[in-house]
Design a binder for this molecule. Sequence first.
Ligand code: NDP
Length: 439
Amino acid sequence: QRSSPGQPEFYQATEEILQSLRPLIDKHPQYLQQNIIERMVEPERQIMFRVVWHDDEGKVHVNKGYRVQFSSTLGPYKGGIRFHPSVNASTIKFLGFEQIFKNALTGLSLGGGKGGSDFDPKNRSEQEIMRFCQAFMTELHRHIGATVDVPAGDIGVGKREIGYMFGQYKRLNGNFEGVLTGKGLNWGGSLVRSEATGYGLVYFTENMLQAHDDSLDGKRCLVSGAGNVAIHTIEKLYQLGALPVSCSDSTGTLYHEKGIDLILVRELKEQRRSSLIDYLESHSDAKFTPIDQYPKDGHAVWRIKADAAFPCATQNELTLADAKALSENGINCIVEGANMPCTADAQAHIIATGMHYGPAKAANAGGVATSQLEMAQNASMIQWSFTEVDKRLQEIMKDIYQRCSETAIEFHQPCNLAFGANIAGFRKVADAMLEQGLV
Ligand code: NDP
């Protein structure tokens, strides 16, 4: 904390991992002797820059831009770009740190990084979004490359923003290379990339439940968020026979007992870019709770009765009071689509109750894994079919589940997948760092 003052999310993420490591370090003291932990919590490089752009009225705006290149131990830096007014150095550092271990768990050759800006895309015109993305890439382009650092999307950055940033990179660098993932399908994107995080999350959950002779079939599911991850989680839950009954956005929570109308949610969020409250115009039997009516100590979505919960919006969206309400309501399965969606005390409570818990760095790794499949297709200049990519994604998620589960067993905490994920991810990066010498 002394070397990075005032970064609470970053401390939360580091503490969560470091507190799992004692049994591993007792077995392998060389990690301490070689100062691996101190090296790992310090990013290899942090870039902060000014982004200047003008709105449709000609007014000039200034935003902060970030790219944290945390670890290139296992491969090129890889991690998304987030555009949201809450973005600051702490958010980007926690996301970059988590990304190192998530990427290690995929078994693929990927380093860890993250970037973003405090730019708010809400209510901005198409032209303003384009000008901002171009201004952002005007600085970022000199720090990235297809074998150096390959950003993707995250909150506020989807196919549209990736397109504008890719166009600007190409204009400045003069070459067509797979420098970003999540690209459009007719200019280098991979099938299944948009769906991958949500689909992967549900595949991970199926593997976890199957190990306990259970499945998602017939389960009522709570989902938060209404963006890329939430929408594809809901879609796959339906495909596997579950009933998703909620979603949420920055204006409130939607509960529809007979099941969320996904076509309508997609229209509201992807085309009209409006609030979920408009859902009630078509479904008067649904209930919308605006954020000013949320319980003081948490989030309305986690107070609904169901069987399983999938936080897919943002960090720290599930508090201790929410976690207690979930267990009191009979939920025995929580799987994280968002990065670090549970507060530290909520996570501790969930693990202590012994419910099935899929931590983000394992359960939501399907997106970055499919980004690597996009990089592989770009490098070989061929495109795989939807079925081919989906099959690989399913295999990767099964492997990630097994890696976490086997490591948890090896260190005598069977079923604690958060513990297994932390140790397996850390060990892979630490061993590679030892082999690569003082870097
Ligand atoms: P999107 O921007 O597509 O969607 C985010 C959703 O969450 C929106 O519905 C948004 O509401 C809501 N939201 C965001 N911030 C807040 C907030 N502070 N309070 C309430 N609601 C909020 O992002 P993604 O779906 O891509 O990302 C969601 C989470 O998943 C993030 O934690 C991200 O890091 C993580 N993730 C994403 C991956 C990906 O492939 N996209 C990969 C791995 C993890 P509104 O619609 O009103 O803006």
